[in-house]
Design a protein around this ligand. Structure first.
Ligand code: SAH
Ligand code: CA
Length: 234
């Protein structure tokens, strides 16, 4: 795998070997068996490249343990790696509103979620995420009530999700955005980026600029996985 190439390599570190080192040393040995199972099932999916990165997942899991959230939301479930990770980390009475257009992918991982005994924490909604967020906002009791959100869906809508999540989140609540370094393409000249990544590259660049100036949140851009940005509502 080439350094800074636009390849399938998910990590952003200076060498793929370093990224592999983190996975092999710190992440895989600690990865819960059932998460590993979802990861391996997902390898059979033609779009397996879009599954969440286990190293950023490990940080999210730690973050969830610190904040102990009861009411959470996930936008972009796919086969459920981040969903199971969240369900395992939140308390017994914690809930996840999990939204994805694709029920088939969710059902690929669902048997593992059931085996883990955490299905009762999950309310899966097959829908466009914006529709669900707007419905949630109609009920005023939802405003300022969420402790945590994970956003990992269509990059073009990140800013729209952000405006809605801001209203849904408690002060002190956390949003984590995935793919905020977009395969490292945010610093590549457009011409060297594979065509199917160009449009989202621009959305991510714009979103990162926007977040950096958004004084309603404390932020941290973390270069694990494909880049995640952690935002705390002030
Ligand atoms: N978090 C997942 C990966 C998500 S991949 C994991 O841990 O593996 C992105 C997902 O977003 C896809 O499953 C796709 O169906 C979903 N998605 C894309 N646009 C969407 C939209 N507008 N509304 C809801 N889901 C969407
Ligand atoms: Ca992702």
């Amino acid at each position: 795998m080439e350094l800074h190439s636009d390849s399938l390599y998910k990590g952003l570190l200076q060498s793929p070997e370093l990224s592999e080192y983190i996975l092999e040393t710190a992440v895989y040995p600690r990865e819960p068996e059932l998460l590993k199972e979802i990861r391996i099932i997902t390898e059979n999916h033609p779009l397996s490249i879009i599954a969440s990165a286990p190293d950023s997942g490990q940080l999210i899991s730690l973050l969830l343990k610190l904040i102990n959230p009861k009411k959470t939301i996930e936008i972009g479930v796919f086969t459920g790696y981040s969903l199971l990770l969240t369900a395992l980390a939140i308390p017994r009475d914690g809930k996840i509103t999990a939204i994805d257009l694709d029920r088939d992918a969710y059902e690929m991982g669902l048997p593992v979620i059931k085996k883990a005994g955490v299905e009762h924490k999950i309310n899966f909604i097959q829908s466009l995420a914006l529709t669900v967020l707007d419905e949630l906002l109609e009920d005023h009791e939802n405003r300022g009530s969420f402790d945590f959100a994970f956003v990992d869906a269509d990059k073009v809508n990140y800013q729209k999700y952000h405006e809605r999540l801001w209203k849904l989140l408690k002060v002190g609540g956390i949003i984590v955005y995935d793919n905020t370094l977009w395969f490292g393409t945010v610093v590549m000249p457009e011409g060297s980026v594979m065509e199917e990544r160009r449009e989202d590259r621009l959305h991510i660049i714009e979103f990162n600029r926007f977040l950096a100036a958004d004084d309603r949140f404390q932020i941290s851009q973390v270069s694990l996985g494909d880049g995640i940005t952690i935002c705390r509502r002030l």
